[in-house]
Write a protein that binds this ligand. Sequence first.
Ligand SMILES: [Zn+2]
Length: 489
Amino acid sequence: MRRSSTSPSHALALAAILGTLLIPSHAEAAGLEAAKQTALESVDALRPEIDRMAMTLWEYSETALREGRSARLLIDQLEAEGFTVEEGVAGMPTAFVASYGSGSPVIGVLAEYDALPGVGNAAVPRREAREDGVASGHGCGHNLFGAASVGAALAIRRAMEDHGLGGTVRLYGTPAEETVVGKVYMAREGLFDDLDAAIEWHPSTETETRNQPGRALNNFTVEFSGQAAHASHDPWNGRSALDAVELMNHGVNMMREHVKPTARIHYVIPDGGGAPNVVPEYAKVWYYVRDVDRPTVEASYEWILDIAAGAAMATRTEHKVTLITGVHEYLLNRPLQEAIQANLERVGAPVFTDEEQAFARELQRSLGIEETGFETEVHPLAGEPQPVEGGSTDVAEVSYLVPTAGFSVTTAAADIPWHSWAATACHGTDAGVKGAVVAAKVLAATGIDLLTDGELRASALEFFDKATEGEEYESPIPEGQEPPLPETR
Ligand SMILES: [Zn+2]
């Protein structure tokens, strides 16, 4: 928007004109309410579909960038309801964008559907492998995430049709959240650029509006190459790549003493050689470095790269760094958070049956934690953002491009470990689906708010512009880098 200087009287006149434009009339408010009611009732009508999608995704439990059947399931449902779907976007076969309607405003609803390796479990309140032997599981509840978001998009569509609402609703099928990849590549591709706002949710042990920014992250590997030799016969001919990894890790653990307490640095050694009597010619270490924002992460990353170079020099090995992915911290948006909170309070937390609560308590007993069952209330929205804690999410990339907000709904028993078999078990039950239905309603209601309330969109954008200070989005990953697709075997 172009800005010109205005005299005070002009400013007042302008404010009056803007006021009539932005404050909804009674008729508009009534229209909004009727459309919202339709959206909420549509979610109830769509409950069988949400249930079926959620349980089918749970059965599939496909991990990052292998979500072929999961994406297909959601795409088929969207196409059957009149959405136009672009598949295989941003170089990922399991990423898609589904659209309904035309013109502005354009509202994005985010969906995830990838599972986690190794946390598969039957839908029972104890550690028990699935009968079909599937070892992966929805320990983060993305089966509910995908089903509820698609359900919400369908409900918004029905309300748009019934009430003649203009604009576009877009459902983003974003794969590989668990490896923090999908939205990073979709963001770099510009797929979110023309949105007026994006909304999302996440399964949880609590029902609340997201009010905590999470951490920015770099995810990278360092591979060292040395020289193999017999470790006892002629060790002087060997140059150990594993030595380099050990030295690098030691260096980073010394560095750890001199970074802010907000930093989180963790690693595993996916390849450290094959046998003690062979000097390892190849070794690989895989790192995550996180902190409160991109500049702090970048500073630690640079330091770690110096340490890697030093380790290579000291061990007379070669090294190669690969930045797999990176994300920002999640940029909160107060006006959108408040709109979500109002809808959360209106819809209410899931109501669980005695049987469902007994399931949750039995699960807690098998974990040796307090038997409190499922949480049943909506948390209030604090006035200030909560301090940084927890992990990272690729939703952060969307939040740096357009006004974005989200919330969580109770889908799992209180205090259970996340990303675990116990969370997988909860997410395969009716109780989990109840959480998904609540989420679909809150997303649908907020979607209607965003389509019909120009004042909300304007204040969300104003907040966003202030927070980003007009700075252009910079992708954490290098230009031209391809998504880390799994090898097809
Ligand atoms: Zn998740």
